[in-house]
Design a protein around this ligand. Structure first.
Ligand SMILES: [Zn+2]
Length: 689
């Protein structure tokens, strides 16, 4: 009996060992599979790319001159208020608000005076604008603008110099100076201390890159060193950013010094870049961990993604700008540490955002109250859709592409770029949208806002955009965007390559890309084929559409038989000087319908051509409220050089409520509201039965 039991035990033991072995093998192969999904690629250095494009070059001319100066001037208080709240404020204060006056007050030693111009994150908006302007300066040197920014940086540095710790946050110092980072009864979600500090670090890195000036970098290093001393596991303070963004920013500071160790000797404070990496990691991983005793903080909400540990968060929740910027930081960290938990969390966020919550214009954040993501499939036409949230989502998508090299990420980047981003700024370059709903009766752009966060965010994205057109890994060159440009780059295993792209995208589908290697070499060129060009409007079928024409690709005028893998066509061959790739995308108008899961869009259609979503404005369509359109109606695409700085319009026939057939004209969503600021518009129209 005893032996029998022993024998059974032995069998059980063996079974257990075999089972463990199987589990181990499964886990290993699963781990391997997961690891294989990582394919880091790098966008090009900003200095390596020059845009020369009929669509984008005129916009950059405007943004480099009008917009960038407009934003700084208005931050200085040079604006005529055109919104009720700011008109009232000007009457009450007898002046407009000036973000730089705050730095001057702090520099004079003022404290707790309960006077501060603008919201607590006004410092942050100054830094964000400097970051955006720095990138623009790389492509468009402007001594006057640079002098202006140097003047601002002097004032910022003076404000920091007064504090022995190197702490700088004008709102907190001028209101409740003992509440740094939201401690002692404060709240960093409102104060934005860490957010502002993160934007400072980012601005300093970008401004150094553009100008080689270290003055702002000195300020950022001192502040970041102080944060590292103050925040972390006990006995340090248990604090996390009330607003996402600083995670990626501190990684940028880390990379700057990791890649340029000699720079440390030029900095007026000690630099240990590992501290910036650790701090960013702590900020991410400490969410949802509230600590105990002296190192504890209040449990918090999904508003700033602090409702549970980050790696347990399966969906993207809360304030949409905070969420998308945190998600960008998680993806950026994954590139550096290759940690599966980070990769999986970034994917969870992205899949949920793009698969269940995204608007057709790339808008994110359905709900005005709390500026939040709505529940899955809650996609009302009158949604909030802050410009900053969609740009945050675009930065996140681009970062995901850096992590995994899949064209679907750049598809969604591009959706934001041509729609919700461009709609955030007027064609005159000095008026802006905060919300970007898909239907409205009266929605004028403004000169300046009580919370003017969107103009600096626009500057950040347009500044960075040239570097996102191409990317590389060790063996391949990626063409991610169809923007006329010249670029030079070098593959790890190859020689220098020059690329020249000529295109009329997004109005026309043809792009010619000349590949010029220094000497003939074998390498791969990967061209992104947008999902919509293959009748895949959304990677998760949140939206549907069908194009009738095929994508064609020619190499040296010969048609290429291709297959698409992970959103790219890979062309591997020996490239010679002047080899030319011609790609033709079907930018014919197409009708988009939404998934049945989106109840508010049942029975409705939208009109899209290439990456551009169209809408109808009352100016062209007086009876737009009653329009219904037959999904199979003929849609005519016409280029109008004199309309709205040159746009394609789409015309067709609609039926009104009393069965009258009328011609309708649709214009790009981004160009709406530029002829008559209060003209009603809509994107989704009833599908005629
Ligand atoms: Zn904003």
């Amino acid at each position: 009996m005893l032996n029998k039991i022993n024998a059974k035990d032995e069998i059980k033991k063996y079974q257990q060992v075999i089972l463990n072995l199987i589990c181990f093998i499964l886990l290993m192969s699963f781990g391997k599979l997961m690891a294989q999904t990582i394919q880091p690629i790098r966008p090009l250095d900003l200095k390596q790319v020059v845009i020369n494009d009929p669509f984008w070059t005129p916009k950059y001319k405007l943004w480099n001159t009008i917009t960038v100066n407009d934003v700084f001037d208005k931050l200085e208080g040079k604006y005529i208020p055109d919104r009720k709240d700011l008109i009232e404020e000007q009457k009450k204060l007898g002046k407009t608000r000036n973000a730089f006056a705050n730095f001057d007050r702090v520099a004079k030693g003022e404290k707790d005076i309960k006077i501060h111009d603008g919201p607590p994150w006004y410092d942050g908006l100054v830094y964000e604008s400097i970051r955006g302007a720095a990138d623009l300066l790389v492509k468009h040197p402007d001594a006057q603008l640079q002098n202006k920014i140097d003047g601002y940086i002097n004032r910022i540095a003076k404000a920091q110099a007064i504090d022995p710790d190197g702490y700088i946050n004008t709102y907190t110092t001028l209101t409740y100076s003992n509440r740094r980072w939201g401690t002692n009864g404060g709240d960093d979600k409102w104060q934005h201390d860490i957010y502002n500090a993160g934007m400072l670090a980012e601005a300093a890195v970008h401004y150094y890159y553009a100008t080689h000036s270290t003055q702002l970098l000195n300020v950022a290093v001192k502040m970041s060193n102080y944060m590292f001393q103050q925040m972390g596991p006990a006995p340090k303070n248990n604090v996390i950013p009330g607003h996402g963004g600083p995670e990626e920013a501190l990684l940028k500071l880390y990379y700057l010094f990791k890649n340029n160790p000699n720079l440390k000797k030029d900095i007026a404070a000690p630099v240990n870049e590992q501290e910036y990496y650790s701090l960013a990691k702590y900020w991410i991983e400490n969410r949802g961990h509230y600590g105990e005793g002296v190192n504890s903080r209040k449990s918090d909400s999904s508003y700033n993604q602090d409702h549970q540990p980050v790696f347990e968060q399966k969906s993207i929740e809360g304030h949409a700008v905070r969420a998308t910027l945190l998600a960008t930081g998680v993806a950026a960290m994954a590139i550096e540490n290759n940690d599966q938990r980070y990769i999986q969390t970034a994917k969870n966020y992205w899949n949920n955002m793009i698969g269940k919550r995204m608007f057709i214009t790339g808008g994110e954040g359905a709900i005005a109250n709390g500026e939040r993501f709505g529940k899955d499939y809650y996609i009302p036409e009158s949604a909030y859709l802050e410009t900053c949230a969609s740009i945050g989502a675009a930065f996140f998508s681009e970062q995901m592409n850096e992590l995994q090299a899949d064209g679907k990420y750049m598809d969604e980047f591009e959706r934001v770029l041509y729609n919700n981003l461009l709609s955030g700024i007027s064609l005159s370059g000095n008026h802006y949208h905060y919300e970007n709903p898909l239907i409205t009766q009266n929605h004028p752009r403004w000169a300046w806002h009580d919370c003017p966060c969107c103009p600096p965010m626009i500057l950040k994205m347009i500044g960075a955009l040239p570097s996102y057109i191409y990317a590389t890994d060790d063996t391949a060159l990626y063409v991610n965007l169809f923007i006329g440009s010249k670029a030079t780059t070098q593959l790890k295993n190859g020689n220098a390559i020059q690329i020249q792209q000529v295109t009329n995208y997004p109005w026309k589908g043809k792009s010619s890309i000349t590949i010029n290697p220094a000497t003939a070499k074998n390498f791969t060129v990967k061209i992104r084929i947008p999902g919509w060009a293959n009748s895949k409007e959304n990677p998760f079928d949140l939206y549907h559409s069908k194009v009738n024409q095929q994508v064609t690709i020619k190499v040296n005028h010969q048609l290429l038989a291709y297959s698409i893998e992970n959103g790219y066509v890979a062309i591997n061959r020996k490239w010679n000087k002047q080899d030319i790739i011609e790609i033709n995308l079907p930018v014919e108008p197409r009708v988009v319908t939404a998934s049945d899961s989106i109840q508010t869009l049942n029975g409705k259609i939208a009109i899209v051509a290439g990456p551009i979503v169209y809408g109808i404005e009352a100016l062209d369509n007086p009876e737009l409220d009653s329009y219904s359109i037959n999904a199979s109606t003929t849609l005519q695409l016409n280029y109008k050089p004199n309309l709205l700085n040159g746009i394609n319009t789409i015309t067709g026939v609609a039926k009104t409520a009393n069965n009258k057939m009328v011609n309708f004209t649709a214009i790009p969503f981004f160009s709406i509201g530029n002829r008559n600021i209060s003209s009603p518009y809509k994107v989704w129209m009833l599908n005629q039965k």
